[in-house]
Design a protein around this ligand. Structure first.
Ligand code: O7M
Length: 206
């Protein structure tokens, strides 16, 4: 899955090029600040085959979260990322929810002590997916053991140091990759390298 964070020269061109290589696109705040939600809505409308994830990492009282989720659904997103540490109610929004359990960056020390509790919260809430950083393969293994039927999304591949395919090898369903593809001279070629590494893992070649 592609992490679309920073505004880049030719978003539509890149999304066209990657259609056969990426199954989904995660949209972050920086590019939304640049395009506005109307701009994001148009892009989603033009590329309906991607699984579109709203990554605004929601962390608020349930009434506010419910309202935002309804708005994001109207923009066209298929799923939304929420932080789990705030505590939630079950939402009735008709979109999938993905909860953050363990972040990838080295400063994310609070996620270590609360990993088990956040997995409990993910289970209690019945989220469709969780985020566990690709830089934390031992946590991916543990999350896979604890929540066998929840999809695991792993960012941190490429720019943050995890090798393509490594999170899938540890039990993740999807790797999320941003800068190493978008910042390269040839995004399609870079995406092909990532997919080839993932295929290697799936076919047991590495
Ligand atoms: O490949 P990158 O490093 O350019 O991008 C990684 C993306 O994943 C970027 O959009 C981050 O906001 C996101 N991300 C992390 O990097 N680490 C995390 O622990 C969690 C996320 C994320 O997507 O959370 C929902």
């Amino acid at each position: 899955m592609l992490a679309l964070d920073f505004p880049s020269r030719d978003v539509r061109g890149i999304l066209s090029e990657l259609q056969s290589l990426a199954v989904g696109v995660k949209v972050g705040f920086p590019i939304t600040l640049s395009l506005g939600f109307d701009g994001v809505r148009e892009i989603i409308r033009d590329f309906p085959d991607y699984y579109w994830i709203a990554d605004y990492k929601l962390a608020d009282i349930p009434e506010v979260v419910q309202y935002i989720l309804e708005g994001l659904k109207r923009v066209g997103f298929d799923a939304s990322i929420i932080h789990l540490f705030t505590g939630h109610r079950r939402y009735d929004v008709g979109m999938e929810l993905i909860g953050v359990v363990a972040m990838s960056h080295p400063e994310a020390k609070f996620f270590r002590g609360n990993f088990e509790k956040l997995l409990d919260e993910a289970e209690l809430l019945g989220v469709d997916g969780i985020v566990v950083g690709a830089t934390r393969p031992e946590m991916i293994r543990e999350a896979r053991r604890r929540l066998p039927n929840v999809r695991i999304f792993s960012p941190g591949v490429g720019a943050q140091g995890a090798e393509p395919g490594s999170a899938i090898a540890a039990g993740a369903d999807f790797e999320i990759v941003g800068r190493s593809i978008l910042g390269s001279e040839n995004p399609r070629l870079e995406a092909m390298r990532v997919v080839e590494a993932q295929r290697g893992v799936i076919h047991g070649r590495s």
